[in-house]
Design a protein around this ligand. Structure first.
Ligand SMILES: Cc1cc2nc3c(=O)[nH]c(=O)nc-3n(C[C@H](O)[C@H](O)[C@H](O)COP(=O)(O)OP(=O)(O)OC[C@H]3O[C@@H](n4cnc5c(N)ncnc54)[C@H](O)[C@@H]3O)c2cc1C
Length: 477
């Protein structure tokens, strides 16, 4: 092990922080499922998707008996309790939405998805959950010459559709650096309506609200197999079973291990390091407004602050495909962590002396269209929601509305969105899928790193990095 490597957080620093605060939530893990049970709806996976679905099921039908199974020690132990906490909708995917759905539906999807940011804020307030919700905007900046003006096509598309006003604010370099002074930062794009939050506090807050509403949660209860029904029959690794009228799959990247989704979802690792608190250094660089920041690399950096003056700094990495799967490297990957720390110091040299407190990672669920998909499996009793590709904090709330409606047989404005029953593009068969994903992801990282150094990638690297897009996937440069 590298001598200077930070410790691996237990789940994430966010989860440690939330669980250490007894006034926030001192609840014990729920017991694993045992024996044979029945429920109206069984939910597989205790991330935001599964939990928001349970929440909206109870909202719409308080008598609905909901049972939720989570594999890990606690709900929110997956990406939902490990993410960067950037809370936004899908406006940044506007060009992709227009390409697949046309102008009117693209705007409809983006407007409805954005409502979730407002509704999460309201939910946190009404439920008394302090998840540090801070609406200070999402600021995406150029961190190399190659990224200059990268947001131009997005802003032009929004202007063409008449939806840019107030939503996208272009900032010049001086205005960006007034918000956060890094010599690496050029101009950027501010989306003022977006927020950051403490992701594990949201997850644990949701979990607590569900328990109070009578949702039966079983943790340390990994699902081993299920029959799609009807009826849906789910069996855990310990042999306990649930029979239910309806089932909901909220397994995120883990859905890629189900034969049905194997060619529709690819897990990709993304990692975060968090510094020790240094509020005086945050003040020195003027980053006191709470903005969430990201750059325009293909494998982007994302960074934010905490109320006690830390920087959390993350990026997507090359850990994908061959030999990685969903194993321990997706929780901690030395090479990715070393690179992250170097990039953090490059962005903010005045933080060189500030120690790194912890590091962790998790899998994103990447789909070919780079959009979340919701739907119903043949048989009509099992529904699924996945494919947020590193952007699910806001959209999983919309996912919960969609999946609860599908499970209750309700048709509404959410189930009529084109994200529902969206044909999921298939990735190539193994071993081509893993080998291809690894090669293109490495090329993307090489391209980004060449651009970080002020240069450009060589033609072969660019050729490989662009293969997914040439094959019709909304992935890569
Ligand atoms: C490091 C990181 C940073 C990110 N940053 C952001 C961000 O800043 N903003 C943003 O919008 N998105 C971000 N994301 C993505 C976001 O976290 C996800 O899109 C979102 O959490 C997805 O929620 P989910 O419920 O669909 O999936 P998950 O949170 O993955 O939940 C799935 C759950 O299923 C459980 N499970 C797996 N297998 C089984 C089984 N066999 N039986 C039962 N349960 C099982 C898992 O343990 C997990 O708890 C990030 C992701 C990562 C990993």
């Amino acid at each position: 092990m590298h001598a200077d490597l930070p410790r691996q957080a237990h789940i994430s620093w966010w989860m440690e922080e939330a669980r250490a605060d007894a006034s926030f939530d001192a609840s014990e893990p729920c017991p694993p499922l045992a024996g044979s049970s029945r429920s109206d709806v069984v939910i597989l996976g205790g991330g935001y998707t599964g939990m928001w679905t349970a929440w909206f099921l109870k909202e719409r039908d308080p008598s609905c008996d909901v049972l939720l199974l989570e594999a890990d020690e606690l709900c929110g132990s997956g990406p939902s309790g490990r993410n960067g906490g950037f809370c936004y909708g899908v406006w940044e995917d506007l060009e992709t939405l227009v390409k697949f759905f046309g102008d009117a539906d693209a705007v409809r999807v983006a407007e409805i998805a954005q409502r979730s940011v407002d509704e999460i804020e309201t939910w946190l307030t009404t439920q008394g959950v302090d998840a540090w919700f801070t609406r200070a905007g999402h600021l995406t900046v150029a961190t190399s010459a190659a990224q200059d003006g990268a947001w131009g096509p997005l802003v032009e598309e929004a202007a063409r559709l008449g939806v840019a006003g107030g939503r996208f604010v272009e900032l010049d370099q001086a205005a960006v650096r007034a918000r956060c002074a890094s010599s690496v930062f050029g101009a950027g794009l501010l989306q003022p309506q977006n927020a950051t939050l403490q992701p594990a506090r949201l997850a644990l807050g949701l979990r607590k609200a569900l328990l109070e509403r009578g949702v039966r949660i079983h943790e340390a209860s990994p699902v081993a197999r299920f029959a799609e029904g009807p009826p849906v029959v789910v069996e855990t690794r310990d042999g306990a079973t649930v029979t239910a009228g309806r089932g909901v799959i909220g397994l995120g990247a883990w859905a890629s291990s189900l034969p049905r989704f194997r060619r529709a979802v690819v897990p990709r690792g993304t990692y975060i390091v968090v510094t020790e608190p240094a509020p005086e250094r945050l003040a020195d660089i003027g980053w006191t407004g709470g903005e969430g920041l990201a750059d325009w690399r293909t494998a982007l950096h994302y960074l934010r602050t905490t109320p006690d003056g830390r920087i959390a700094f993350g990026a997507a990495s090359a850990a994908v495909g061959v030999g990685v799967g969903l194993g321990p490297r997706l929780r901690y990957d030395e090479r990715s962590v070393v690179k992250l720390i170097a990039d953090l110091r490059r962005f903010f040299p005045s933080w060189n002396e500030v120690a790194i407190d912890a590091a962790w990672g998790g899998p994103m669920d990447i789909t070919g269209r780079h959009l979340p998909s919701f739907g119903t499996l043949p048989g009509g009793a099992m529904h699924y929601g996945l494919g947020y590709a590193g952007g699910g904090v806001g959209p999983s709330h919309l996912g919960g509305k969609i999946l609860s409606a599908l499970a209750l047989g309700i048709e509404d404005e959410h189930t009529s969105l084109p994200l529902v029953e969206l044909d999921m593009m298939r990735f190539p068969r193994e071993p081509f899928r893993s080998v291809g994903a690894a090669l293109t992801q490495h090329a993307i990282v090489r391209k980004d790193e060449a651009e970080d150094r002020g240069g450009r990638a060589d033609p072969l690297t660019m050729f490989v990095a662009k293969i997914p897009r040439r094959m019709g996937y909304e992935l890569g440069p």
